[in-house]
Write a protein that binds this ligand. Structure first.
Ligand SMILES: NC(=O)C1=CN([C@@H]2O[C@H](COP(=O)(O)OP(=O)(O)OC[C@H]3O[C@@H](n4cnc5c(N)ncnc54)[C@H](OP(=O)(O)O)[C@@H]3O)[C@@H](O)[C@H]2O)C=CC1
Ligand SMILES: N[C@@H](CCO)C(=O)O
Length: 435
């Protein structure tokens, strides 16, 4: 057993959902963590905004630090765990301060890492400190460790994931219970899945942060959040969910990264996922990541993507790595070897699409629309027109053969430009994620 000198001192910044989870695990599993890391893990200091808030855990034996950004300066602190959130402000100042002092910095903050990850990795290398962020992607699933260590012998070609528990929870309940978007979002917030600003979840930004981090680890490129084309789930209506079922799919918000001949394609978009695949069966706040490596083929990782204890579980994996001396470069390779990402636009993406129009129900409308699609090189695979839409007109739904994204975008623009088409609202265009 280790003695006091062998203990590592932990400071926790942020005592919300995840911060409290970390305290619970350290208090519950003190002996087990010591066996696994060879050192005692001791909380020495904590910090948040409101000192007097009841958080359901006893904080009286830990020092309270008012200035969160100075936590690394507190006596006995070896590791700072940042669970405040936000890409800048307190989180960034704390990260820089901690790493410059040669201390370990562990975070669940994907926004911070997606935007400042390279700078922080460089700081960690320069100051011989430790930087890890397992909890930042896919909550409790140890996907970063899998990419960095378990799949180290593979060149990755393709990766896609259900990376936002809130969106998957919303889509699942809309599908299973026929509930409305807002009602389900409120439940996700109550359960602690959602970000402080839930638009980050539903507009795909949170998924894009995670996708940028996955791209960096899987493809050895600099995390480049700004290069990600990002679309959320607001446009998905229950009619799309119903059509998806009819056609043999379910709708999931995916973060996708693919190596192409010209660069790295990384997009966030809702997609039709074939019902028979592993990803289609991932429901609620569960996350999943599917990775293709040249040696191993396909591997799939499924588990809780958000919430107090699942996220704290991933945080503790990093703390145990630090305590046991497993200090690998934060992105798997030294920061100066991360390549600049050459982004590939969704115009260049080749795949099948689902397109739903709401149009005035008139003789020949379908023929007019399909002629524009034909002239734009959109090759139709199947087409359905069923009854009237609730809000007037009729829905026309089609799926395409594999085509270039630019063909779909051009066709939609042309259809909009022709007023006589009488398209009643913006068509919904979803990728079909073939196996
Ligand atoms: N919730 C989840 O399931 C997951 C969250 N994450 C990430 O983990 C991090 C924490 O998330 P979560 O626990 O949900 O967030 P919460 O909103 O529940 O908690 C945030 C904590 O940070 C404190 N805080 C906020 N601003 C400041 C500030 N300026 N200075 C000091 N303390 C501050 C708050 O203090 P006070 O309580 O006093 O107001 C609160 O204790 C985020 O980066 C999030 O993206 C990652 C994976 C899953
Ligand atoms: N808001 C995020 C938390 C986990 O990163 C989600 O819903 O998945």
């Amino acid at each position: 057993m280790s003695d006091k000198n062998n203990a590592i001192g932990v400071a926790i910044a942020g005592l919300g959902t995840v911060g409290v989870g970390v305290i619970r695990i350290i208090e519950k599993h003190t002996a087990m963590l010591e066996q696994r890391s060879g050192r005692t893990v001791e909380i020495v200091a904590v910090s948040a905004r409101d000192r007097n808030r009841d958080r359901g855990v006893d904080l009286s034996s830990y020092a309270w630090v008012d200035d969160t950004t100075s936590l690394a300066d507190h006596d006995g602190v070896d590791v700072v765990i940042e669970l405040v959130g936000g890409s800048d402000g307190t989180a960034l100042a704390l990260a820089r301060n901690t790493l410059k002092k040669g201390k370990a910095f562990v975070t669940a903050n994907k926004a911070l890492i997606a935007i400042h990850g390279k700078e922080l990795a460089k700081l960690a290398e320069e100051h011989d400190s430790f930087l890890a962020f397992e909890a930042a992607v896919a909550g409790g699933i140890p996907i970063l460790k899998a990419l960095k260590e378990g799949l180290a012998g593979n060149q990755m070609s393709n990766l896609r994931g259900i990376l936002n528990g809130t969106c998957n929870y919303i889509l699942t309940r809309m599908e299973n219970e026929g509930l409305g978007f807002e009602e389900v979002l409120a439940d996700a917030q109550r359960l602690g899945y959602a970000e402080a600003d839930p638009t980050f979840d539903v507009d795909g930004i949170d998924t894009a942060h995670k996708t940028a981090i996955l791209a960096a680890l899987a493809f050895g490129v600099e995390p480049d959040f700004a290069a990600i084309e990002c679309e959320g789930i607001r446009a998905i209506a229950s009619v799309d969910i119903d059509y998806a079922r009819t056609l043999g799919y379910t709708i999931k918000l995916l973060g996708s990264v693919r190596r192409t001949e010209t660069g790295i394609e990384q997009h966030v978009h809702p997609a039709m996922v074939p019902l028979e695949t592993a990803l289609a069966n991932v429901s609620g706040a569960t996350n999943a990541v599917q990775v293709y490596g040249d040696a191993v083929g396909e591997t799939v990782y499924i588990g809780a993507g958000a919430g107090e204890l699942p996220t704290a579980s991933a945080v503790m994996a990093d703390v145990v790595d630090y305590a046991s001396g497993n200090n690998r470069p934060a992105f798997g390779v030294p920061s100066n070897e991360l390549k600049k990402l050459i982004p590939v636009s969704s115009d260049e993406h080749v795949g099948s699409y689902y397109i739903r129009f709401r149009v005035i129900d008139e003789l020949g409308k379908m023929a007019e629309i399909t002629s524009v699609l034909r002239d734009s090189n959109v090759s139709i695979e199947s087409m359905i027109q069923l009854g009237s839409a609730e809000d007037g007109g009729v829905y026309m739904v089609l799926t395409t053969h594999p085509i270039q994204g630019s063909a779909v975008h051009t066709a939609i623009e042309k259809l909009h430009a022709i007023n006589e088409m009488k398209i009643l609202d913006k068509p919904v265009v979803l990728r079909i994620a073939k196996v």
